[in-house]
Every structure is written in C-alpha cells, then in structure tokens.
Design a protein around this ligand. Structure first.
Ligand SMILES: Cc1ncc(COP(=O)(O)O)c(C=O)c1O
Length: 374
C-alpha cells in the first residue's frame, strides 16, 4: 500500500522501551544534556519574540548566524564564509537534505554499524543503498580501513562518519581521519561527517574531516553543544555550490529554519566557549564515574571513552540486548539495547551519562546487581 522505501522504515525500538519504564526510573538512556541552555540564549530568544522576529526568514538561515558559524570554523579552514553554511532544523534534517542533495538512485553510501539510527534510512529514502562498515569492540570502535577500502565499488558516492560517536563514545584520531580521507580522495567520494558531539571530547583534539578532504559535508547542531535539543537548530558546512543546492532542497522541506531560535543560537555562539568548557568539565567527571562503575562489572568489557556521552560495554552473558535492557529497566534503570544501533551493536548496552553523578553511581550499581544475576 505504501511505497517500499517508507513501509520498510522501522520505528526506533528505544522509545518503546523507555515508555515502559517504572515511575522514578534512573534514566541512563538520554540522548541530550540534562542542563538548560545558557541563560543569555533564553533571554535572546525572548527578545527576538518581542521584537517581532516571528516571520519567515531566508531559506538558508539568517546571514548573521551563518557568518558567526563560518567564523567559528575558520580554525580549520581559513577560507570559510557564510556562503559555505546553511542553517538547518538540527543535524537530523541536515543529514537528510545532504543525502537528498548528493545521492542518485542506486548510489552506495558507507555507513557505520553500529551507528546513529538515521544514516541508513536517510540514504535509502534518497534512493541510495546503505553499505555497512564495522565498528567493533575489539578494534576500539575504530573503522577497519582495509574493510572500508574493500567496500568501495564504482557505485559508492559517499562515506558517513560520526566522531565522537553515538553509540560507542569513540573519537577517531588524526591518522584514522586521514586514512578515511585518503580513501575518499582516491575514489572521488564525499564524506558526510556528523560532528554533533565535537564539543564533547575529553582527552585530545577533535579532528574534523574538513581539514583533510575538500569534498566534506559537515553536519553539526546546537542540540548538544547548547543543550537545546528542542530548539531544532543545526547547520551544514560545505562548498558554496553544495550549499546552493541544499538551500533549494531545504526550501521544499522546511521553507526556512525557525527565525527567533536562530537569534537565540547567535547569542549562544558569543558565550559558547564558557558554556562548552563547563559542559566538558561536567561530562568528563561523569565519564570517569561511569567508566569506573562499569569496570566493576566482571561480565562487561568497556573500551576507553573519548567523547560524546555514552558508554557501550560488551557483555558476556548470552541473551539479546533487548532482553538485557528490559531486565535492567524492571529494576529501575533505563538504558538502550545495543541492537538498536545495528546488527553489530548486539551484545552491547548503551549507557548515557547525561545524568547527575549520584544517579550514574546509583544506576550503574543496579546494573551491576542485574548483571550478577544473569
Ligand atoms: C550522532 C547524532 N547525530 C545527529 C543527532 C541529531 O541531532 P539533532 O538534534 O541536531 O537533530 C543525534 C541525536 O542524538 C546524534 O546522536
């Protein structure tokens, strides 16, 4: 009845699981910072509303915000201008219009398994075919470069990457980023780089793919960096030619991004550094607690977590991650089953540490008890 590309889309199982949580459950399933956006941004939002900024704006977003983002990106590309930026309704819409813009019917796109849930469906909805590359615990969730090379065919159009990664918490080091860029350069591929967690790196640097590969399409968002997931503002940064095409596609999907929210985010960029540092310090402490608690569980093995706000331990018990997550939920802790992020996520659980230190301690103590009982 419905076209196959739509009928075959699955709803994420995570939400269903969360909905059956007992009252008062500790939420280690959250995909968003548990703090409010900077107060200056909330004030700016209200000012924008009062000033009558409640109307349609330009399809590609307001120029001041595009300029401000371009300035922040000059750290790794000095030639970036506002024409290289389009404001989107979060990274979710950014990734979708990027796929719509570059993918032709039958094109293949390499996507991570496990990976954030939107990539495969976005590629498929654009008429392409997602081809999965593996991220394994044994390889510390870094792509296997030889495998990636072997997956490239004459139909390959792009590689989707996500570092720091949801769900694995891994951060690709410079040599890995360069190796992927070399594959893309050799085969004339785009790199679609989802960088929404670039503010959440706890040790070392963030290596953007745009530093090493011209045909990179950066997809980023203020959802996590300003703790404003509900504001739905993100951006895509790439060549001017691609931005022009993206603007056309965006016009038909969205008309324009929300006007007053863009003014709030603009203010956020002015105070971004201070807020970013606070968030990083808070989340680094939480990461350390989560890691310490997870290491106390003998049947779990956890790789170092460099970024984002997730731990993705592998467990040795032989039951599906859905069932394991449900057993934990019944004891009052919400977490996500690894299988929600792809077939190679099976045998893992995802714990978010976007929660208070006390709740992380308490929640993971419960998980330890459940794990010992299985
Ligand atoms: C890796 C990744 N990309 C994109 C998104 C979507 O972000 P946005 O709120 O900007 O649409 C998320 C949200 O959890 C994410 O984890």
């Amino acid at each position: 009845m419905f076209p196959k590309r739509v009928a075959s889309l699955k709803m994420s199982g995570i939400r269903r699981l969360f909905e059956s949580a007992p009252p008062g459950a500790i939420n280690l399933g959250l995909g968003e910072p548990d703090v409010q956006p900077p107060p200056e941004t909330i004030e700016a939002f209200k000012r924008a509303l009062d000033a009558g900024r409640n109307k349609y704006g330009p399809s590609a977003g307001i120029t001041e915000l595009r300029e401000s983002i371009a300035k922040s990106l000059k750290r790794f590309r000095h030639d970036v201008t506002f024409e290289n930026i389009i404001i989107t309704a979060g990274a979710t819409e950014g990734m979708m219009i990027a796929c719509d813009t570059i993918i032709d019917e039958g094109d293949e796109v390499l996507v991570p398994n496990p990976g954030f849930i939107i990539y495969g469906p976005d590629v498929a909805l654009a008429g392409g075919r997602p081809v999965e590359y593996s991220l394994t615990h044994e390889n510390s969730f870094m792509p296997d470069i030889e495998e990636m090379k072997s997956l490239v065919t004459p139909r390959t159009k792009a590689i989707i990457v996500n570092s720091p990664s949801n769900p694995t918490g891994s951060v690709f080091p410079k040599d890995c980023v360069k190796a992927i860029c070399d594959i893309a350069a050799e085969h004339d591929l785009y790199i679609l780089s989802d960088e929404v967690y670039h503010n959440f790196i706890y040790d070392g640097d963030h290596w953007s793919f745009a530093r090493f590969h011209d045909d990179t399409i950066i997809i980023d968002s203020f959802s996590k960096s300003l703790a404003a997931t509900g504001w739905r503002i993100g951006y895509v940064a790439t060549s001017k030619e691609i931005v022009q095409q993206l603007s056309k596609v965006q016009y038909y999907a969205l008309a324009c991004p929300s006007t007053p929210t863009q003014y709030a985010v603009l203010e956020g960029l002015k105070h971004g550094e201070r807020f970013k540092k606070q968030l990083q310090d808070t989340f680094r402490r939480r990461r350390d607690i989560a890691l310490r608690k997870l290491l106390e569980i003998p049947t779990f093995s956890t790789t170092p977590i460099g970024g984002a706000f997730y731990a993705f331990p592998k467990y040795s018990q032989s039951l599906p991650s859905d069932d394991f997550a449900m057993r934990i939920l019944k004891e009052g802790v919400i977490c996500a089953p690894g299988s929600a992020f792809g077939s190679l996520g099976e045998g893992h659980l995802r714990f978010s540490y976007a929660n208070s230190e006390e709740n992380i301690e308490k929640g993971l103590e419960i998980v330890k008890r459940v794990a010992a009982s299985i």
